[in-house]
Design a binder for this molecule. Structure first.
Ligand code: BES
Ligand code: MN
Ligand code: ZN
Length: 481
């Protein structure tokens, strides 16, 4: 699907030849003299169209436009949320029609966040996962034009959002794939493919390399599986070598059964999404390849399965992490922090300006924040503020969580330097406190995306979050440094 941005108002849009013309109508709409404006004015007056978003009105071959279908959708005060709701409903309402060409027209000038919302929503509503279907019913949309009278002011946001969509869709693709079609090896191969793009390099380490590095925590998680672990090192070189990189660390558990501390059967299939952090790192690199910002980025992905077998790690086992700290693995289902802690130690060698890990880390974070905001933990106030702001701008929102020392209390044990779990209370925070022990040498933030990376129920599937947030953060850093 290709997006384009056109400088066009309602008059020009009524001449556009397309399968569907979607007109976004704000509550402040003032009808001009042209036919389409008059039609919109009449429909509003009649009460057949509400200015509140969510209830689109479709007209078939109305004489006022060249398009085969005209869809009118109220966007209320025009805020991003309203535009998102309106566009999602409008695209869903015509989805079955096999549309190829669509024009989305703002009736007048558009704001940057409204354009971002429109592009993201068109992509979201038209997305279709087809891998492994014997009769794939993929996306039919081929070309989507976003039309506004002030297009030139919107160009930068538009380009960034289109790249975000590319990254989001790559992240969705990998997160949605069944665990047997997205093994650590296959995931690493997808990362390697990215190195075909200019400025991107990829190196993949296997079990022997990881053993040599002393990644005892990562190896302990992987040891119950027949699938060999992979440690992916992606690099994007967008500026001078002397500029310290930002390191992104993505949790890459391609399937989380819980290990010996096995999870209950219902919904266990959803644990194929446990590599969503890794998928978001891959998605960000895809977008970097398109936008080529002047920033250096390293992506680290510890990828393995968390399974049970005669060789699996057991509750109570003590392992030595790459940092030298020993860990008592009291619960084998708290595996994310074990693979991440060694990746965080590995990150030190890049002398990074910041390290951000992204992980579907805790069910507790789902309880705390649900599927709306990701949990954001930061030991560095400035970094925390930047990420929070990037979330708002990108419409991929997060929320600051605390890191008080008292939360680390439960991680104490008589048998090792630290335990991998600290009891149920404040579970998202104790997990972050565990990770923080491995981040003393750099400025660090942690995003717990357990609630935001995918949806359960009828709409089950990956969301591609937080590709938008991370990309926005990187682009801001590229401009400021
Ligand atoms: N991958 C899960 C976290 C998770 C749970 C994500 C539910 C999304 C939905 C993680 O590895 C895990 O199992 N965490 C445990 C930690 C506990 C044993 C301290 C959890 O949250 O129950
Ligand atoms: Mn787990
Ligand atoms: Zn997990």
């Amino acid at each position: 699907m290709n997006f384009e941005l056109d400088s066009m108002g309602l008059v020009a849009a009524s001449d556009a030849k397309c399968d569907v013309l979607l007109v976004l109508v704000p509550q402040s709409f003032q009808a001009a003299k042209d036919d389409l404006s008059e039609l919109v004015g009449q429909v509003l007056k009649s009460g057949d169209l509400e200015s509140k978003p969510g209830k689109p009105l479709t007209l078939y071959r109305p004489t006022q436009v060249h398009a085969i279908r005209l869809v009118l959708a109220g966007i209320g005060d025009g805020a991003a949320r309203q535009v998102r709701t309106a566009v999602l409903a409008a695209v869903a309402s015509v989805k079955s029609a096999g549309l190829k060409r669509m024009v989305v027209c703002f009736a007048g000038p558009a704001k940057e966040d409204a354009v971002r919302a429109a592009v993201l929503a068109v992509a979201d509503a038209s997305y279709a996962f087809t891998y492994g279907m014997s009769k794939p019913e993929g996306r039919t949309l081929q070309k989507v034009s976003i039309a506004a009278t002030n297009a030139s002011e919107l160009r930068a946001t538009f380009e960034c959002t289109v790249a975000t969509v590319k990254g989001v869709e790559m992240a969705k693709e990998w997160a949605n794939r069944a665990a047997n079609h997205a093994t650590p090896t296959l995931l690493a191969e997808a990362a390697k493919e990215l190195a075909k793009h200019a400025k991107i390099q990829c190196e993949v380490l296997g079990p022997k390399d990881v053993a040599k590095l002393g990644m005892g925590a990562f190896m302990a998680v992987a040891q119950g599986s027949e699938q060999p672990l992979r440690f992916v090192v992606l690099r994007y070189a967008g500026t001078a070598k002397s500029v310290a990189p930002i390191v992104l660390v993505g949790k890459g558990i391609t399937f989380d059964s819980g290990g010996i501390s096995i999870k209950p059967a219902p919904e266990m299939d959803e644990m194929k999404f446990d590599m969503s952090g890794a998928a978001s790192v891959i998605g960000v690199f895809r977008a970097l390849a398109l936008l080529k910002p002047t920033v250096n980025v390293v992506g680290l992905i510890p990828a393995c399965e968390n399974l049970l077998s005669g060789r699996a790690v057991k509750p109570g086992d003590v392992v030595t992490s790459m940092s030298g700290q020993t860990i008592e693995i009291l619960n084998t289902d708290a595996e994310g922090r074990l693979v991440l802690c060694d990746a965080l130690t590995y990150a030190e060698r890049f002398k990074p300006s910041a390290v951000i890990d992204i992980a579907t880390l805790t069910g507790a974070c789902v309880v705390a924040l649900g599927g709306v905001r990701s949990g954001l933990f930061a030991s560095d106030e400035e970094l925390g503020a930047e990420l929070l702001a990037a979330g708002e701008t990108s419409q991929d929102i997060c929320w600051r969580m605390p890191l008080d020392e008292e939360y680390a209390e439960g991680l104490k044990t008589n048998f090792a330097d630290v335990a991998n779990v600290g009891g149920r209370a404040g579970g998202a925070i104790t997990a972050a406190k565990f990770l923080q022990r491995f981040t003393e040498r750099f400025s660090w933030a942690h995003l717990d995306i357990a609630g935001t990376a995918w949806k359960s129920g009828g709409q089950k599937g990956a969301t591609g979050r937080p590709v938008g947030l991370l990309l926005e953060f990187l682009l801001k850093r590229a401009h400021s440094k």
